[in-house]
Design a protein around this ligand. Structure first.
Ligand SMILES: Nc1ncnc2c1ncn2[C@@H]1O[C@H](COP(=O)(O)OP(=O)(O)OP(=O)(O)O)[C@@H](O)[C@H]1O
Ligand SMILES: [Mg+2]
Length: 234
């Protein structure tokens, strides 16, 4: 039971067509993520890291290959079901924080519950939101609006917003890209802490120090994920 992976990708492929010729971006991606696993994905710009996260997060579908979520093949789920799975299973964190600037931290995190989980009594919702802010270490800033928060604090609000729905998997696409190294390290701490509560974490990053905090470090190259040679860049 518990050895069914959260995510199992087997030979995923994706070709994208922009203005020009169709370009194969992913040519056979394999990846297995269990509860509590943390995986870093490195790769040069344009190698397809964000494309891969968008397939994992069900914003898009692969051309071929198998995608098992809790053991069920969802490579070709229709959009309605994908939307439901996105809000039930995944938490997303991006380089930009996408906070609503006229709302407080508490209200920003609250939005994730209003949109995703039907109706919750106000008191229950508030307790969940405060617990999420607590988890990322900024409960004391609950009443602050984004303009009064540092970049790192804003990203932690965004992470709390991802965590408040208790996702099984966190997908983070360069979450420290807009932050200095020290602040970035704090954000990685917060993401890492979620794996101790059983969340799977897939982190796309350009930062080797951050990547090396994860259990596994992979590199997306020629459309495939390969183990990164530890130590080469250190
Ligand atoms: N909708 C699209 N149509 C056509 N090509 C696309 C589309 N989206 C992305 N691409 C191309 O696919 C390739 C992979 O893009 P992707 O954004 O996944 O790379 P990335 O590894 O995340 O890069 P970065 O590190 O710069 O974020 C790039 O060459 C990009 O130009
Ligand atoms: Mg990208």
């Amino acid at each position: 039971m518990s050895d069914v992976p959260l995510i199992h990708l087997d030979g995923l492929t994706k070709t994208l067509t922009g203005q020009g010729e169709p370009r194969p971006i992913l040519s056979g991606v394999n990846l297995t993520v269990h509860p509590g696993d943390s995986v870093a994905i490195l790769g040069r710009s344009g190698s397809g890291k964000s494309t891969l996260l968008s397939l994992i997060g069900l914003f898009d579908r692969p051309d071929s290959g198998r995608y098992l979520l809790h053991g069920n093949d969802i490579a070709r789920v229709p959009e309605r079901r994908a939307a439901r799975l996105r809000s039930q299973e995944f938490g997303f964190v991006f380089q930009r924080f996408f906070l609503l600037k006229h709302l407080t931290a508490l209200q920003n995190v609250s939005m994730a519950l209003v949109n995703g989980q039907g109706w919750l009594p106000r008191r229950k919702r508030r307790a969940k939101v405060m617990a999420a802010l607590e988890q990322v270490g900024i409960a004391h800033l609950a009443r602050h609006k984004p303009a009064r928060l540092s970049g790192g604090e804003q990203q932690r609000v965004a992470i709390a917003r991802a965590l408040v729905r208790e996702p099984k998997i966190l997908l983070a696409d360069e979450p420290t890209g807009a932050l200095d190294t020290e602040t970035g390290a704090l954000v990685i701490d917060v993401l890492h802490a979620a794996t101790h509560r059983g969340c799977g974490l897939v982190l796309v990053t350009h930062d080797h120090a951050h990547a090396n905090r994860m259990q596994r470090v992979l590199r997306l190259t020629d459309g495939m994920l390969v183990p990164e040679h530890q130590g080469v860049f250190r």
